[in-house]
Structures are given as C-alpha cells and as structure tokens.
Design a protein around this ligand. Structure first.
Ligand SMILES: C[S@@+](CC[C@H](N)C(=O)[O-])C[C@H]1O[C@@H](n2cnc3c(N)ncnc32)[C@H](O)[C@@H]1O
Length: 401
C-alpha cells in the first residue's frame, strides 16, 4: 500500500484493493498501519536516517518495512515484540539483518510519541508561503490527532436530540460531532437514515445556497453529502456526476435518508442541461489536500503538476456552470483543497473574465466562520482546534448582476 501511494500515486483506498484477499480485520489493520506510516512519514524517515550510516533509498524494501514497524510503534502502540515479529519476515531473504539492527537500535533508544509530526517539506513550504507559519504548525498538530466524526442531519431538532443522547456536540445547525470514529453502520440511527457522515467544513458550501432557490443543480455531486443537505433544505435538486459508480453511492445514500434528487450520469464538460437553474453548487474535483487528517496520502499525491491540472479543470467547470445560471441566481464554488490555486485564484480569474458576476458575501454560516474581506470562505488548519478542528476548505458564492 505504501508503495502504491508513494511511488504509483494511488489513493490509499485503491492501493488497499491489492490486499483484498486478507481477512477483514487484517485488511483493516493493514490500512491502519499504512495510514499511520503516511501520517508520520517525514519523522519516521528522520528516525531511520538517524541510525544508519548511509541513507537507505526511498523506495527500498528495508525503508518501507522500517516505516511500517515504526508507524505501529508510534501510531498504534503495538508492543515491540509484535512489531519486530511481523516486520522481519517481510525482509526474509533480503536486508533482514539491517532491518533488525536499525529497529533494535531505535527501540532500545526509546521512541517518544510525536505531538506535532512534520508534513512533507514541499507541502510545508507551499502552505507556509500561502498561509504562514502558524497554519503549518496547526496542520502538524492536526495530523497527530484522530479527527472527530461529524454527522449532518436533515432535521435540526433530531440533531439536537441525538447530540444529547449520544454525548455529541452541535457546532452548527443540523450538525453533531461525536468524539471518536467508530464503525459508521453500527452507530445509533444509521438504519433510520436521519443523518450522514460529513466533515463540518464540507457542510458549509451547501449552506450558501439561497433558501428561495427552487431549482438547484449540484454539479460534481457524488457521493452526495451536499445533495442530501440541499434536498433536506427543501430544494428541488438535480445531481450530476461523471462517475456512474460514485453516482450509485448517491442513490444508496438518498434511499437510506429517504431524500430525493434527479441523478444525471454525465460529464459536465460536454453536458447541456437545456435549461437554467436558480442556484448551482460546483464542488469541484481537486487535490483534496484539505482532507489530510483522514487521508494523509493527499500530502504525497498532490504534486504541483496535479494541482495545476485540477485547477485547469476547475476553471473549465466553473465557466460552464456559469452559463446555466438563471438571472439573479447564485453560483457556489467550493473545493476541499488548501491550495490557493484551486480556490481564491480560480475565483479571481473567473471574476476577471466575467464582469457580470460578483462575489456575494456569505450569509447563513455558523458564527465560527469568518469570511475574508472579499467575502470568500477559507477554512484553514487551526480553526476550532480545541473542538477537534475541521478539514481545509474553500467556498465562494457568486451572483450574476
Ligand atoms: C469533490 S468530489 C464531490 C463531492 C460531493 N460534492 C459531495 O459532497 O459528496 C468531485 C466529484 O466530481 C466528479 N467529477 C469529476 N470530473 C467531472 C466532470 N467532468 N463532470 C462531472 N463530474 C465530475 C467526480 O466523479 C467526483 O465525484
């Protein structure tokens, strides 16, 4: 899995497909170990390098196995004998002595838990120049924490009752935050469908859809968190996504939550809706670097070329969406990215090319969200840190004058 993510650029989910033959608990453990290794990678590598004479090559099996063993020690609290016993067979017939020696030395020296693990240098540099040193430090602290589980509810009174019953807190209307993630289908109320899992930051863009908009287009809609919010708020929703498989997940989600939307499996770059909409939400495909707490692999996959490629796609999608907006309508653009190239810069270029549009400062957002001077919403690491933090996000509401 580590090799799939680091060398082949796969998501951890797709890299984990290769281990499907494992029994479910082993499969889950393997994913947890790989996830911890990705979360802690720069510090794990520094530990390894501190006791080897020459640095081991980045893709070498010895380094990969040492990363996995140390990730278990630091991230999962695995006992030393257990991690040594599972690491060494992976290098049988190979650098077993080397791995045994490095691991033994590090374990004897004692390894402390990391309160603020470093992020990859390239990412820290990018975020330092975009957002400043404080945000880099907040991101380090956030990656060390297990993120809480956020639920979105169709109905606010149900959310409040749920929070009281299950020891959660509500940080916004129709939101409940539970302290620890547990298996979602096993959580109380899953079968009844009153809620769905959605990071609190990811619930902000749909809150920007004006309540009077009757006919709403959710563009790039799967797996459907925002479609469910918009449908639950009483709008008529058309949900478009290019991926049939991902659209099937919206269908399942809508069935479970008893909400409805028209689903359209098309590529938005070639689609012609043949009519206008009162409001459009474009939650565009992006580098997803804002989700680094739950998906630490984004820190490695989001190389500058990928960010530039996504930004080009976002600009095209936004240009098309703008053509389908009824006069006076609102177009909400959002990305779960911490890269200004995919957020602020997309909107600035759009406004420069479309003088009939202007930014409409957000209304209806929870009080902890402070829009910037121009009225855009930028969620950075550090916000609500004491309450468990949020994913990084960007959202802007544009209206046609
Ligand atoms: C960030 S995800 C959307 C998450 C979703 N809005 C939610 O809240 O659950 C981006 C989605 O865009 C879809 N997508 C990418 N390119 C597309 C295109 N050209 N046309 C339509 N959908 C596209 C992907 O399949 C993916 O499901």
């Amino acid at each position: 899995m580590l090799d799939g993510v680091l060398r082949k650029g796969l998501t951890l989910d797709s890299a984990a497909q290769g281990a499907r033959g494992l029994a479910p608990p082993d499969h889950a453990l393997a994913i947890a170990i790989a996830g911890e290794a990705l979360r802690l990678l720069p510090d794990l590598d520094a530990l390894i390098d501190s006791v080897t004479q020459r640095p081991l090559p980045p893709d070498s099996k010895a380094r990969m196995v040492l990363r996995l063993a140390l990730a278990q020690k630091i991230g999962l609290g695995t006992p030393d004998h257990a991690l040594v016993a599972t690491a060494l067979p992976l290098v049988d017939g190979g650098p077993r002595r080397l791995v045994h020696g490095v691991l033994g030395t590090l374990l004897r020296k004692g390894i402390l838990p990391l309160e603020a693990p470093r992020l990859p240098d390239a990412v820290e540099q990018r975020w330092r120049s975009a957002w400043g040193e404080d945000v880099v430090h907040a991101a380090r602290r956030q990656i060390a924490q297990r993120p809480p589980l956020d639920l979105s509810f169709a109905d606010d009174s149900v959310a409040n009752a749920y929070a009281q019953q299950h020891g959660g807190v509500s940080l916004a209307p129709r939101h409940v935050r539970l302290p620890e993630s547990s298996a979602v289908p096993g959580l109380a109320g899953f079968g009844e469908g009153g809620w769905w899992v959605q990071d609190l930051a990811a619930s902000l863009p749909a809150r920007l859809i004006p309540s009077e908009a009757a006919d709403v287009l959710d563009l790039c809609a799967a797996p459907g968190g925002k479609t469910m919010q918009i449908a639950a708020a009483g709008h008529r929703v058309t949900s478009v996504d290019a991926s049939k498989n991902r659209l099937a997940r919206i269908r399942e989600n809508l069935q479970r939550t008893k909400l409805s939307a028209s689903l359209v499996p098309v590529d938005a770059l070639t689609w012609d809706p043949g009519r206008g909409f009162d409001a459009i939400l474009l939650d565009a495909p992006c580098s997803a670097t804002g989700t680094f707490r739950r998906h630490p692999e984004v820190l490695y996959r989001a190389r500058p070329a990928i960010i530039a490629e996504r930004a080009a796609l976002q600009a095209k999608l936004l240009g098309r969406a703008a053509q389908w907006l009824n006069p006076g309508g609102a177009l909400v653009y959002s990305v779960c990215s911490l890269e200004p190239e995919e957020g602020e810069q997309i909107v600035a270029a759009f406004l420069a090319a479309n003088p009939d549009f202007r930014l409409d400062p957000p209304t209806g957002l929870p009080a902890f969200v402070a829009p910037d001077a121009s009225g855009q919403v930028r969620i950075l690491p550090g916000l609500l840190e004491d309450q468990g933090g949020l994913d990084g996000f960007f959202a802007a509401r544009l209206v046609r004058s």
